[in-house]
Design a protein around this ligand. Structure first.
Ligand SMILES: C[S@@+](CC[C@H](N)C(=O)[O-])C[C@H]1O[C@@H](n2cnc3c(N)ncnc32)[C@H](O)[C@@H]1O
Length: 232
């Protein structure tokens, strides 16, 4: 992996954030394989995520964070009025654009989730799928504050991410001296990546989101957790 070159190109980016970006840029072409695992529990929980998206975002103007290849955006385009789908990875955005979603409904834009003030528009709903686990704990407040600033009051927000399952998605690296945990991931091109990946239980999620909402609903499944809440 030529991470030295990339680091020279992005001298101000923290190592953890750079690693996540590099990993997904290289992973774009086969990223969606993980959603097609032959596992009925996983498939049922993914259907539940899709059902939630279709219910929450109907006729909404949606800001999607870290949209990736547009796997969940595909559910949004069925029911939302307008979507701005954002990500930092040019390769992921290319995959998403190739899905050919109607341009009258959706725009893809390269935007950093930690610099959402670059977006001038306001939205009345927010989606972040499989993104929150990659946010370093020290940056959670910055991310949520920037995200909520782009949403009007009383906007529904939906976030979904992985529950930790031993043996799935690479070796877990967790050290007492570090508040974040990591996963060791191997890609088809032979590269190995240590990716920041945090796991949360219901209590931790409630603690994180309580300052931002008066109404939240947390669900912890076997494979995925999700939270729905309404912004203040
Ligand atoms: C696990 S993928 C999720 C993609 C999509 N939401 C999904 O559920 O399939 C994480 C995404 O975060 C993107 N990403 C990494 N760093 C980012 C950043 N600082 N701002 C926005 N997106 C970022 C990656 O490019 C990748 O597409």
């Amino acid at each position: 992996m030529n991470s030295t070159k990339n680091r020279e190109n992005s001298p101000n980016l923290p190592v953890n954030e750079l690693a996540v970006r590099e990993y997904y840029n290289r992973h774009a072409c086969d990223y969606e394989d993980k959603f097609h695992r032959d596992d009925p529990v996983r498939q049922r929980e993914q259907e539940d995520i899709a059902d939630n998206i279709k219910e929450i975002f109907r006729e909404r103007r949606v800001l999607e964070i870290a949209c990736g290849s547009g796997f969940w955006t595909a559910e949004l385009v069925k029911i939302a009025d307008k979507i701005l789908a954002t990500d930092t990875s040019p390769e992921m955005l290319k995959e998403a654009r190739q899905k050919g979603f109607p341009r009258s409904v959706i725009e893809f834009r390269q935007v950093d989730a930690y610099q959402l003030d670059a977006i001038p528009e306001k939205f009345d709903a927010g989606l972040a799928a499989f993104w929150f686990s990659h946010v370093p704990k020290v940056k959670i407040k910055q991310f949520l504050s920037g995200f909520h600033d782009r949403l009007t009051a009383n906007s529904p927000v939906f976030m979904v991410d992985n529950v930790y399952i031993p043996g799935i998605g690479g070796e877990l690296i967790a050290e007492k001296s570090d508040e974040n945990s990591y996963k060791l991931r191997h890609l088809l091109d032979g590269t190995e990546h240590k990716i920041l990946k945090n796991y949360y239980d219901a209590e931790a999620l409630r603690h994180i989101f309580a300052p931002w909402t008066d109404k939240m609903d947390i669900h912890i499944g076997e494979c995925f957790w999700h939270i729905k809440y309404i912004t203040r």
